[in-house]
Design a protein around this ligand. Structure first.
Ligand code: KG4
Ligand code: ZN
Length: 333
């Protein structure tokens, strides 16, 4: 099966072509056009501008992904995300579905993140089935969720943030330090030169077996420290490292508690924040020995269409409820 996937939920215009055959997956193309330079001048994503900028690039990106091939199915993100951005992808998919006379299916963006760690070169569907039960930590700009997967069809959220998402905290704290948008990756860049033990920041809700997260207190604490300080290079590096360590510790500890509680075989890590090198290191150090560990490959961490293609495959195969209706607040389940 040749799956064309389209992803336009936020400010990346993305298309991918996935070949799925006899339980093997080959990502033929995974193309992303980023709008970062456009939104940088505003310090964040401006929804109207994001939608407008998807329009001129979406067809060239799809052409690049497809080459001369034709799809058997078209998978497209229908939520969650920015309404007008999602509209561009969904209606492009609907038009292509008419032209090719092939079905288009809506895919939940978070489900895309959820399956993204399974996109590993040597991992076949037969091998994947042996990995369950799986505990997945999804950490992105909009979501921080611990998901227990019995299979690709049966999964439930067992913990989530009660306020800000981890990525959102990275972005907002980075912005307070006047780092350019998107501040998350900037924090990890400058943190390399900093001392992570300089500042002690709150780690809320760390009573054992509470699997929910809260990052707004951390954000407020960060604000209070930052407003007292001159934004020197040294301060920014030390504070970035201390903040990052706090978030990484919380994410790793709660994942460990959940893994023990639910006696899982495998731990997976996904979402934009999983691009963070310290978080990846921490997961490797903490879980490598006792669990199978799948960390999303870098190209599948921040928003991409490759993960939507994979999610489209499972959505179709397991008849996971889906729709082509643009749903900005779509939930995982
Ligand atoms: O998954 P994603 O691309 O979009 C959403 O679905 O939200 O995640 C984007 C988030 C942003 O908050 C961004 O700052 C964060 O992922 N991010 C990082 C890093 N790279 C991206 N956060 C920390 N360290 C990074 N290296
Ligand atoms: Zn995302």
């Amino acid at each position: 099966m040749k799956i064309l996937a389209i992803e336009t939920s936020c400010d990346e215009t993305a298309a991918a072509l996935l070949h799925a055959k006899d339980g093997s997956f080959v990502m033929k193309k995974n193309i992303i056009a980023s709008q970062i330079d456009i939104h940088k001048q505003y310090g964040g994503v401006v929804p109207e501008i994001a939608a407008r900028n998807h329009v001129p690039v979406i067809l060239p990106i799809i052409d690049k992904a497809m080459g001369k091939e034709t799809p058997d199915v078209i998978a497209v993100t229908n939520g969650p995300g920015l309404a007008t951005s999602l509209l561009v992808g969904v209606w492009t998919a609907k038009a292509l579905s008419r032209i090719y006379n092939k079905p288009a299916i809506g895919v939940n963006h978070i489900y895309g993140h959820l399956v993204s760690p399974f996109l590993q070169k040597t991992l076949t569907e037969q091998k994947m089935k042996k990995l369950f039960p799986v505990l997945s930590l999804i950490v992105s700009g909009g979501h921080t969720q611990l998901v227990l997967m019995k299979s690709f069809k049966e999964y439930k959220i067992i913990g989530q943030t009660l306020d800000d998402a981890a990525g959102e905290a990275f972005d907002k704290v980075g912005k307070m330090m006047k780092l350019p948008y998107p501040a998350g990756p900037e924090i990890s860049k400058i943190a390399i030169m900093g001392d992570e033990n300089t500042y002690t920041l709150p780690r809320p809700m760390m009573e054992k077996n509470n699997l929910n997260f809260s990052f707004s207190g951390l954000k407020t604490a960060a604000k209070n420290v930052i407003k007292e300080k001159k934004l020197t290079k040294k301060f920014k590096q030390d504070f970035a490292a201390s903040f990052q360590k706090t978030v990484v510790d919380v994410l790793t500890t709660k994942t460990l508690w959940a893994a023990e509680k639910y006696k899982v075989k495998t731990i997976t890590l996904a979402g934009g924040v999983s691009a963070n090198p310290e978080l990846r290191k921490s997961f490797k150090a903490s879980f490598f020995k006792q669990y199978n560990l799948l960390i999303a490959q870098k190209q599948y961490t921040t928003d991409n269409a490759g993960m939507i293609a994979m999610a489209g495959y499972f959505t179709k195969k397991y008849k996971i409820p889906s729709s082509l209706k643009v749903t900005p607040n779509l939930r995982l389940k």
